[in-house]
Each structure stands twice: as structure tokens, then as C-alpha cells.
Design a protein around this ligand. Structure first.
Ligand code: ADP
Ligand code: MG
Length: 661
């Protein structure tokens, strides 16, 4: 990347948006809504906020800019603070869940779309802001989709509010139509042609194929960095390790290959490395998740390797299961990925799928998240805002009915909604917590059960990345160390145990090192804990300790997670009570190899088979005790189990559409 070595002002001036500055500013002045379309890397995210700031748009309110991803929000805020020449959190700041870096002097604020949606709960007019830019709108996350409607509404009441929608795709007429036929500005990109090479035949193993492709480019092709799109952290880490071993065998005749991973959970220091220019005479290969598709731009990429997959969060309302599934990407996504190769010069894109697969199997555009994810969290927030008529809510693309019905049922089962579909007092309280209703329900149940101190810790630990570290070369030793924390009743109490021990050990890094724990993740859990404690205090909810009483804590968990219960079905597996699906206990669980009759789980993961992750054993009676309306007789035969499925409410909602309130 030669751009990154330019001084900042020169680099800014070289971006395509720079030439459009006046036109953009004028268009914002003249229109309440504006769509801006431009290639990734043209400077939309980092520059437009600055133009508006320079033009005085922040004199009467903050310029807010949303990002679908946490990492993008942080990394962009850092960059812009640098360009503006201030410390992060002063004139330029950011807010992501459980992390706030802003002050009273903040004029440009980057944040996740989820955070702005939360803010709208307390202030639907979003009165703090003079301009709101919904960035990366083409990603169509649930929060951005909801914000479309909320902002349209707020803008009606606040004629001075400016709303900008930016997107990397050209399919922007839909956005314009939705926002009262507002103008669209196109930023002409500075892109070079990219040659596309397809696989001759379908690849059986895209990891292996990607690695072969990297090696082939490195040995046989001219200079230029490589970007490989993979689906997740584990895959990326193991690819980096394997490639590192292979490169070692090449010898001195071949130039150096720098291997870099990029995904959301990566610490900031490692992530900034991807923006550093590649030293002369060497080549860089970046293994990235979808994050490099549009939200982060890496300069100097000449070669893109695209296996054609991404991990997608999907929800199956029939089984009530939410899963991260590896799915084929859309044509639009494939083209975005291809474009990453043509920013610095003519590039090459290796598609590890066939041309026929591209044209005949891939969807033209990806399905908006709102049409495939669990909506209970979102619907609870809308209800908490007093938006009861979901049927007539101004969705750009409405979610399918069954997803809505399912979410409404889930909220009813959690007693967040009443039989009429109105939010309850409990539901109002749940909506104060920025997390899934199952978790907020458990937190609130802990107040009655007088174990909120412990539950806050468990919820905080569930909200962060896996704290257990299992290096490839020390798997056995790390497993032994981990087992010392294991609680006989399962993973939730194990997590509590880890946090408590870490706390007792003075939260020392040495304790983490010896015990194979990620210090960073534990510190983050501690931050989350502090935030949750603050929410408790703000809402005058008492915090009480039960000194680790395992029955009390497990019962409290059941109050939130009774829908995630499973019953032992055979030697090898469990059957979920709600969806009657066969599942196993994840090998990393403290309960692996134990045989309890009933368990609850935090989530399901699909690897070689369906696994329950974060599992705790429970007494069957607790299911009936904690959710009597839901489980009439969980111990009975399968016939009555079927009856216990939420049929009555389901009928009610589907028969009479007007009761969707
Ligand atoms: P867009 O939003 O149109 O995709 P951006 O405003 O994100 O474009 O990026 C503009 C330029 O700024 C890109 O060339 C990118 O490489 C550079 N850039 C963005 N973030 C950073 C960063 N953290 N460090 C260095 N350069 C960055
Ligand atoms: Mg951007």
C-alpha cells in the first residue's frame, strides 16, 4: 500500500469523495434524506462526517454515523480522530455495546447501528443528532432496517434533521423510493479492471483450495498483496497456522510472505497491523471474514481469493433454533469481494466456485437479516417504544409472518408481553438491558431469587468471547487446567467460578497465563459486569448475593432459558423439548461425558453435528415451577409434551391479525 505511507492530508485529498465535497455538502443542505453510493474505499465513512463537521453541521447537534460492525466503528473512529488531529473520545468518538468513548465535546460519533437503535428507545426523535448517516446500509442488518423506519418517523417531526444512507451497491433505487424518492449521489470510483478466474469444477474443500491458491500466487505471480475471504475466526486462525508451516519449507529463493488474520474478535493492536504498508520485497496475505467485504478497506490488494461462503445467523422458527450457518454468498457480495482487488491497480479475483454456480446458484442479492433472524429482541424494543402495531410498521422489507409470530410467542412465554400482545412491566424492565430477552429475563429473575450478583457475572461471562485458551501445542495441559474450574453442574457455574477465582487472584495476568485464560476477555467481562451493575442501579433494582448457591442460580437460569431445555434421549444424545431435535453436549462443556436427564443450554452450534454450548443440568420440576404456563407436564409422555408447545397463542396470533400489537 503506497497510500498509507502518504501524509494524512495528501491521502485524504486522493480519495474519490474529495472531488465531490461541495456537491455532497450542498445536497445535504438541500435535502432531508440523501442516498450516497460509492465503491468501498472511496472515503464515504471517514470523510463525509468530516466535511459536514467542517461545514458547521455539528453546531446544533452531533453528527452520528452507524456501522453494522463493532470493529468497523472503532477502527474508523480511530482513523478519523487521527485525521482531525484529536484524541479519541474528544471531537471524534465512538459508542459500541458495553463501551463508550465520547465526551461532551464529541461532534462526530461512530457507533454500531444496534447502539443507535437502543438510544432511540429513550429518545425516539434522536434529538442529540443534527445528522445521522446510516452507513453500510446495503448490509441490511436488523438494526439498520429498524432505524430506516425510526428515522423516517423522527425526520417527520424534526425537519432540521438530516438523514444520509450510504451503500456500496448500485441497487439504491429501493432506498430512494423508501425515503420519499430522495436524490441519489454516486461517487465515481477509482477502480481498475479485475480479471475473474473461476474454478473448472466445484471445490470439495475450500480451505485446502484457498491455501493452494495462495501458494500458487505467491510462487508464480508478480507482486501484490492477497486477500482471502473465509467464514470465521477458527477457520482463519487454523489457515494462518497451516500456511505458516508451509511457507517455512519454501526456502530463501522465494520472497517473504506475511500472514495476517482479520476478524471482529481480534485485539486492536493486531488489527491496526493490516493497515501498515507491506515492506518492500515481501508480500502480505490477509485472511479475513466478511468484514473486509465492505466495512474495512485494506490498501495494496491485487489478488482476491473468494471461496464464495459466509457465516450467516439464521433462525428456524419451526425448531426455535438460531444458528450460525455457513452459506453461499450472493452475486452482489461476490462482486464486492472482486472489487477489493482493483483498488490499487488491475487485479485478479480467483473464485473457488464454477461460473455456472455464480450465475445459476447464487442469489442476485442477499436476504435482509430481518427476514431470517430471531426478532424477539427487536420486537421487545419496538413494543417498549410504544410501537404496537407491527403489521403496519414501515418495514422496507417486512419479516415473514412466522418469524414475527414466533418472536411474539417467545416474548409472551417470557412474560414480557401479555395475552393481548402489550408489553408488561417485566417486559419494560427487560428492554432496558442490551441483550437477548432470555438473558434479561434471567437477570430479572435473579432479583426475586436474591442471586443477582452471581447472575450479573454469569451473563457478563456469556456476553464475551470464550475465556478458555487452548493452544494447539498445549491442548492437554490447557484441558487439565480448565477442568479445575469445572463445576459438576455445568458451564454456567463454571464461568462463575472462573470469574470469581480470577477476581480473588487480584485479576492478574499471571493467573490467566498459568490457567490458560484470555485476560482480555475476562477484563471485558468485567466491563460488561460494571455496565450491567450500572443499569441495575439506574433502575433501582437491588443487587444481592447468594454466595454461589448452585440450586438458586440454576433455577434462575431456567426462568430465562426454559425454552432451551433438552432431555436425555439415548446413550449419545439429547432431544430438545421445544423442537424435538437431536443434539449433543459440546466436547468443551463441563458436562461432556456426564449423563444428566435434563439440561438447559445457552446456544446451539452446528459443526460436525448439532451441539449444545454452555450447558447446565437441571431438575425437571424446575421447568414446571419456573414456567408453569409453558410446561404443563414436561415429565409426561411425548403426547403431552407436544401439547405443551405454545399452540394456543400461536393460533391466536395467526387467526386474528389485529391482535399483533
Ligand atoms: P469507504 O467508507 O468509502 O469504504 P473509507 O472512508 O472507509 O471508505 O476509507 C477511505 C480510505 O481510508 C481507504 O483508503 C482506507 O484504506 C483508509 N483507512 C480507513 N481506515 C483506516 C485506518 N484505520 N488506518 C489507515 N487507513 C485507513
Ligand atoms: Mg465505509
Amino acid at each position: 500500500g503506497k497510500h498509507t505511507s502518504l501524509p494524512i492530508t495528501k491521502q485524504r485529498m486522493s480519495l474519490p469523495v474529495f472531488k465531490m465535497r461541495d456537491e455532497l455538502v450542498q445536497a445535504v443542505k438541500n435535502n432531508q434524506f440523501l442516498i450516497i453510493v460509492g465503491e468501498t474505499g472511496s472515503g464515504k465513512t471517514t470523510q463525509i462526517t468530516q466535511f459536514l463537521n467542517e461545514e458547521g453541521f455539528s453546531d446544533n447537534g452531533i453528527i452520528g454515523c452507524t456501522q453494522p460492525r463493532r470493529v468497523a466503528a472503532v477502527s474508523v473512529a480511530k482513523r478519523v480522530a487521527e485525521e482531525v488531529g484529536c484524541r479519541l473520545g474528544e471531537e471524534v468518538g465512538y459508542t459500541i455495546r458495553f463501551e463508550e468513548k465520547t465526551s461532551s465535546s464529541t461532534r462526530i460519533k461512530y457507533m454500531t447501528d444496534g447502539m443507535l437503535q437502543r438510544e432511540a428507545l429513550l429518545d425516539p426523535l434522536m434529538s442529540k443528532y443534527s445528522v445521522i448517516m446510516l452507513d453500510e446500509a446495503h448490509e441490511r442488518t436488523v438494526a439498520t432496517d429498524i432505524l430506516f423506519a425510526l428515522l423516517k418517523k423522527a425526520a417527520e417531526k424534526r425537519p432540521e434533521l438530516k438523514v444520509i444512507i450510504t451503500s456500496a451497491t448500485l441497487n439504491s433505487t429501493k432506498f430512494s423510493e423508501y425515503f420519499n424518492d430522495c436524490p441519489i449521489i454516486n461517487i465515481p470510483g477509482k477502480t481498475f479492471p479485475v480479471e475473474v478466474l473461476y474454478s473448472q469444477s466445484p471445490q470439495m474443500d475450500y480451505i485446502e483450495a484457498s491455501l493452494d491458491c495462495v501458494m500458487d500466487i505467491h510462487i508464480n505471480n508478480g507482486p501484490g498483496d492477497i486477500l482471502v475471504f473465509l467464514t470465521g475466526q477458527e477457520e482463519i486462525d487454523s489457515c494462518c497456522e497451516i500456511l505458516y508451516e508451509r511457507v517455512k519449507t519454501l526456502g530463501d529463493a522465494i520472497s517473504e510472505l506475511l500472514i495476517l488474520p482479520v476478524y471482529s474478535a481480534l485485539p486492536n493492536e493486531v488489527q491496526s497491523k493490516i493497515f501498515e504498508p507491506t515492506p518492500a520485497g515481501s508480500r502480505k496475505v490477509v485472511f479475513a471474514t466478511n468484514i473486509a467485504e465492505t466495512s474495512i478497506t485494506i490498501d495494496g490488494i491485487y489478488y482476491v481469493i473468494d471461496p464464495g461462503f459466509a457465516k450467516v445467523n439464521t433462525y428456524n422458527p419451526r425448531t426455535g433454533m438460531e444458528q450460525l450457518v455457513v452459506c453461499p454468498i450472493s452475486q452482489a457480495q461476490a462482486n464486492q469481494r472482486k472489487g477489493r482487488a482493483g483498488r490499487t491497480g488491475p487485479g485478479k479475483c480467483y473464485r473457488l466456485f464454477t461460473e455456472s454456480a455464480f450465475y445459476n446458484e447464487m442469489l442476485p442479492n442477499s436476504v435482509p437479516d430481518i427476514q431470517r433472524q430471531n426478532l424477539s429482541n427487536t420486537i421487545l424494543m419496538l413494543k417498549a417504544m410504544g410501537i404496537n402495531d407491527l403489521l403496519n410498521f414501515d418495514f422496507m422489507d417486512p419479516p415473514p409472518r412466522n418469524l414475527m409470530i414466533y418472536a411474539l410467542n417467545e416474548l409472551f412465554n417470557l412474560e414480557a408481553l401479555d395475552t393481548e400482545g402489550f408489553i408488561t412491566k417485566l417486559g419494560q424492565r427487560m428492554s432496558q438491558f442490551p441483550m437477548d430477552p432470555t438473558l434479561s429475563r434471567s437477570l430479572l429473575a435473579s432479583v426475586t431469587n436474591e442471586c443477582s450478583d452471581e447472575m450479573i457475572t454469569i451473563v457478563a461471562m456469556l456476553s464475551v468471547q470464550n475465556v478458555f485458551y487452548r493452544p494447539r501445542d498445549k491442548q492437554q495441559l490447557s484441558d487439565i487446567k480448565k477442568a479445575k474450574f469445572h463445576h459438576p453442574y455445568g458451564d454456567h457455574l463454571t464461568l462463575l467460578n472462573v470469574f470469581t477465582q480470577w477476581d480473588l487472584a487480584g485479576r492478574s495476568d499471571q493467573f490467566c497465563e498459568v490457567n490458560f485464560l484470555h485476560a482480555r476477555h475476562l477484563k471485558r467481562a468485567n466491563d460488561v459486569r460494571a455496565q450491567l451493575t450500572r443499569i441495575f442501579k439506574q433502575n433501582h433494582i437491588p443487587i444481592t448475593k447468594c454466595y454461589g448457591d448452585p440450586d438458586l442460580i440454576r433455577k434462575t437460569l431456567v426462568t430465562g432459558f426454559f425454552m432451551n431445555a433438552a432431555k436425555r434421549d439415548s446413550e449419545v444424545g439429547y432431544k430438545t423439548i421445544l423442537g424435538q431435535t437431536m443434539v449433543g453436549i459440546h466436547p468443551s462443556s463441563a458436562l461432556c461425558g456426564k449423563d444428566y436427564d435434563y439440561v438447559i443450554y445457552h446456544s446451539l452450534v452446528l459443526t460436525s453435528r448439532e451441539y449444545m454450548s454452555q450447558v447446565t443440568c437441571i431438575n425437571a420440576e424446575w421447568l414446571i415451577e419456573c414456567a408453569p404456563h409453558f410446561y404443563k407436564a414436561v415429565n409426561d409422555n411425548s403426547k403431552s409434551r407436544k401439547k405443551a408447545k405454545i399452540a394456543p397463542l400461536h393460533n391466536r396470533f395467526s387467526k386474528d391479525q389485529n391482535s399483533w400489537r
